[in-house]
Design a protein around this ligand. Sequence first.
Ligand code: IMP
Ligand code: MG
Length: 191
Amino acid sequence: MDEGTGSRLHLPPHRILPFIDSKSIKQRVNEMGREIAVAYPQQDDQLLLVGILKGAAVFLADLVRAVPRQVEYDFVAVSSYGAATESTGEVRILKDLDAAVAGKHVLIVEDILDTGLTLRFSYILENLRSRNAKSVGVCVLLDKPSRRKVPIEVQHCGFTIPDYFVVGYGMDYAEQYRNLDYIGIVEFLER
Ligand code: IMP
Ligand code: MG
């Protein structure tokens, strides 16, 4: 795959520096799957993993197969906040769950937790609680705590990372690089 300068797409010149290789991701995701199973030990309890589109799709697909218990999964889509939404604090839910949540343990699955504004202002946690989920938790592959603007409680975290802009394993830069099997850092080059 061409991971060149991105000039085809009129993106500023950049390159991707390898950061977390696919073997390390796989290892950690498998551990997280076991951690999640341990966190919900009652086999009668229904567990629903809810991925936030599109970034969490790749992570969720691997994660559900690493959870050694019965589990359902679903997706929600939320609008990303721009300059305008940041002031109004509005993040709309664009696609709601198909599955019922009442009585189920729900775990929101995110690719990366950055400012926290998406989770905070989509009111997704409150929304699920109000629909009588038995519990509502958060699971993220990556966490950039230094970027946080609002506090978010996280139950399961894959890797804590510094303030890098990362791509791959579902995460994008202008919709590119989601299909990399590793996580890379976007480095911008001098023109
Ligand atoms: P937050 O609302 O700032 O916490 O951002 C969460 C969302 O922003 C993530 O689900 C990603 O879609 C996106 N995001 C944040 N940091 C990165 C990054 O380093 N690479 C790619 N996407 C990111
Ligand atoms: Mg996302």
